[in-house]
Every structure is written in C-alpha cells, then in structure tokens.
Design a protein around this ligand. Sequence first.
Ligand code: PMP
Ligand code: GLU
Length: 395
Amino acid sequence: MEHISQRVQSLAQSATLAMSQKSAELKAQGADMINLSIGEPDFNTPEHIKEAAKRAIDENYTYYSPVPGFMPLRRAISQKLKTENGVDYAPEQIVVSGGAKQSLCNVILSCINPGDEVIIPVPAWVSYVEMVKLAEGKSVLVPAAIDQDFKITPEQLRAAITERTRMLLLCSPSNPTGSVYSKAELQALVDVLKDYPQIIVMADEIYEHINFTGSFTSMASFPEIADRTVLINGVSKAYAMTGWRIGFCAAPLWLAKATNKLQGQYTSGASSIAQKAAEAAYTGSQQCVEDMRQAFERRRDLIVDLASKVPGWKVNKPQGAFYLFPDVSHYIGKTLRGKKIENDGDFAMYLLENAHVATVAGSAFCMPGYIRLSYATSDENIRKAFDRIQKALAD
Ligand code: PMP
Ligand code: GLU
C-alpha cells in the first residue's frame, strides 16, 4: 500500500524541472524542441575548473569531507565575499552544501517554526514557497508585477510585516524576472527592516555575476542588518557548474552552526571532488565569468527585441540573470487553433505543443498571466524559438 507523508503530498512538483523533463521526452520522441524552460547556463564548465577536479581525484580527495566543507574552500568563499562584496563572514560562518538549493532549505528548516511567516516578493523562484511549506511555515506573498518592474516597494514590505514575521527572502538579480534592486532600492527596504530586529534577511545572490547594470550591492553590506543577514550563493550560475552541486550560505555563527547540525544528519559534506573544483572557481581567473556575462547580455538584448514584437506580449528589460518574464495575459480567454486558453499553464502548453518551445507558466512563480523564458541558450535557438512562437500565435 502506498503511504506518502502529508509533508510530501503537500509539495508541488518543481515546475522548472518538470517542464524541462517534458521537453526532453518530446525530443526523445523525435520532436525538434527548443528548451527555454530550465535556467542553466549552456556553457561547459571552464577547463581550469575541470582540471582541478581531475587533480582532486588523483590526489585522493575521495573521503568524506567535513560537514560544512573543506576549510580552503570556506576560506576562498570568505575572501570572495570580502573582496567582491565588501562583507565580512569568517570561514566558520560559511556552510557549503549540495547546491544553493540545499543551502536555502537548510536555512529555512533551521529558522522557521510552524506558523512562522516568511515574506516572499513574487514572482519568486518555484522552490521558495515549497521549502517554507516543508518547514510548516507560512509564506506571505508580496506581489510586484511588470508595472513596478517586479520589485516590491518599502511600503509593501512594511505592510506585510506582522509579529509572526521571521524572515524576508529576497532574490536579486531575480529568478524569474531578471530584475535587479539598485543600492538605493535596497537601502529603502533596509530602512524598514531596521525597525524589526526579529526578521532574518535571506538574500539569494546566486545570479550576482549575471548582472548588466555594472554594479552589484550585496544585502549583507548594509550595517543596519548585517548581523542578521544570510547570503545564499554558489557556483552553478556564475561558473556554469549546475551539475557539480555546490552552493553555500554565509550566516551569523549561530545559524551556520544550526545548518551544519542539520546537514550532518541529513546529507553530510558536499561532494569532495566538486568542492575542490569550486575552490578553483573562486581562486582562479574570473575572466570566464565575465565572458559568459557578456554573452548573456547580448542574448538579453536579442530576446527583448524579439519578444517585444510578439503581438499582445508586454515585456520589460531585465537587468540580470537569464530570464524574461513577459505578461501574456492578452491571450487568456482566447481560442488558438481551436484550443481555449484558460490560463498561463494552457498558454505554455500551447507553445510547447504548437511551437515546440518549452517555457514555464508564471503561476509556478506565484504570478499568473505570465510565462518565463530562459535565454541561457544560443542566439540561433532564441531566433528560431521566436519565429515559431510568432507563427503559432498568428492563426
Ligand atoms: N536560487 C535561485 C533563484 C535559482 O534560480 C537556483 C537555480 N536552480 C538556485 C537558487 C539553486 O541553485 P543550485 O544549482 O546551486 O542549487
Ligand atoms: N534555477 C533553475 C530554474 O529556475 C534550475 C531548475 C531548478 O532548480 O528549479 O530553472
């Protein structure tokens, strides 16, 4: 007899992974798919990082690693935070995990009691709300649509705070919108947060390096909240290392210790070989990061140009990450090729079946009426995708 816990029953499937899987299945059946659903760089991991991993095997880095990660890696991360972000986290405050996803979940499970409220500006990445659910917390969603460039205002933040608020989860540059909060916008949020010392600020900065504004401000650089700010980051996006599964949290010591305890019972230290590769990523030349950033910026310009020519789509100009989040609500309620489009999920499915372009419905990011397109793919694929989208929407 099947017996699935309520905890797992209550979780939604990851829509980003599910859509990508569906695209792969159709491709295996022979369809010429263009996958704009998954958010991962299409570049190979840089050679010097791969070499470090090969060396790690030869040097027998094949035993369990310390639960929070090898000290040289934690030192390299501490140094990166100091030099790139101007923030101070000692190596002891850094816990390395199996991807930023695990780091986020570690922190949420370590801080949130049943009923505690977590403020999440939406649209937000698919996993945040589900992780809060795992901890039996309550997500308080604060909507920021395209008319406000997908960024919440300080007034909205203040209005969402109650005496049960335990955490704010902020992602900039954002998945799924690519919006980047400026230093002044962050300062305005900090001015609210400084009145509420019980709120932990968790800043997901995984897209830090995929930023077209020319400057990046880390949430931990504001002295008013630095002692209760947790940074989440990792190598997946900046160094094209999604499959290596290395991320980290940089946290107040009490919280780093708590996540260490949790991880020690749950998964142990992250892959020893991948950690040595990540150490090479943080300590080696950063030219590869800049080369990939430039490619993403060029593709951003291309996709914004093409998407703004699609009839009925409303598009902003994302300043970071590699996503476009157009408002497609114009099509909801319409009938396309005999199919009634009831919602954004139907619209994404229509594009999948009729244009063979995989996207993700905005509802998965708690913002119906939109879809997300990842442009972490070649210029040629982006052009081809929009040729097909235009044709599929023309009838
Ligand atoms: N945060 C955001 C906003 C993401 O888009 C991702 C990508 N899946 C992650 C965290 C997790 O990244 P990782 O591959 O390091 O688990
Ligand atoms: N962050 C990526 C995305 O949003 C990877 C998939 C996932 O982990 O959800 O598509």
